[in-house]
Design a binder for this molecule. Structure first.
Ligand code: MG
Ligand code: ZN
Length: 223
């Protein structure tokens, strides 16, 4: 019982801090997405494709969550955009306090699109508000199509699903039909995009969607 109380308090203070961070992000007109998925789903690879496609049009920045290493942050940095590494020291998710520290290190007036790559994990990141305007979950074909039903909370609380590695579909028993069925039961408003980082397939459509969202957000800001 005590443990539950502690957890509630942590989540509650996370919410308060997330609200504070959201005010900072909104004041600077920064559209923020929380990028989620299992280890190996290809979050960083998908993000790299998005950066290539979108960096000429937007002032992007990335906050990279990782247990111990800077490997993913180095990959992002190679594309010439600002990146802040958050090493959680083993903690399996990012929280609002870590985002607050990361935001303090970014030049916020020079950013309009921030992507937070969370720690690879389909469980607890679902419970932590990182002040994002949108949650995006990456699921790869090699993980199997049973993940949404096994980790429903992550899929219920996400706005967008990116199905990655579709070039490998023919080599697996992944059922796209079951996936679409399961998602329509869990979260009928979820947008689904199919992509391959190997062939580049699907990224025009995906980036068009984000561009439109960013345009809408920009419109609201100047209203
Ligand atoms: Mg990664
Ligand atoms: Zn965790």
């Amino acid at each position: 019982m005590k443990q539950i109380e502690v957890k509630k308090n942590i989540l509650k203070s996370n919410e308060v801090l997330a609200e504070k961070n959201r005010e900072v992000l909104n004041a600077h007109g920064i559209f923020t997405i929380n990028f989620l998925g299992s280890p190996g789903a290809g979050k960083t690879s998908v993000l790299e494709q998005m950066i290539k496609n979108m960096k000429a049009r937007h002032y992007m920045a990335v906050i990279e969550g990782d247990l111990y290493t800077t490997k993913d942050a180095e990959r992002i940095e190679a594309h010439g955009i600002p990146v802040i590494q958050v090493n959680t020291g083993g903690a399996c998710h990012l929280d609002a306090a870590m985002i607050e520290e990361a935001l303090a290190l970014l030049e916020l007036e020079k950013i309009n699109f921030l992507v937070i790559e969370n720690v690879g994990n389909l469980v607890c990141p679902a419970s932590y508000d990182l002040s994002e305007h949108m949650r995006v979950t990456v699921l790869s074909i090699t993980e199997g199509n049973d993940k949404p039903l096994k980790y429903p909370s992550m899929f219920q609380r996400s706005d967008v699903l990116i199905v990655n590695k579709i070039d490998l579909l023919q080599f697996t028993n992944f059922s796209m039909e079951e996936l679409y069925q399961d998602i329509s039961c869990l979260n009928k408003d979820m947008k689904i995009f199919e992509v391959s980082c190997a062939t580049g397939e699907g990224f025009d459509k995906l980036c068009d969607y984000f561009n439109t969202r960013l345009q809408q957000e920009g419109g609201e800001k100047h209203a």
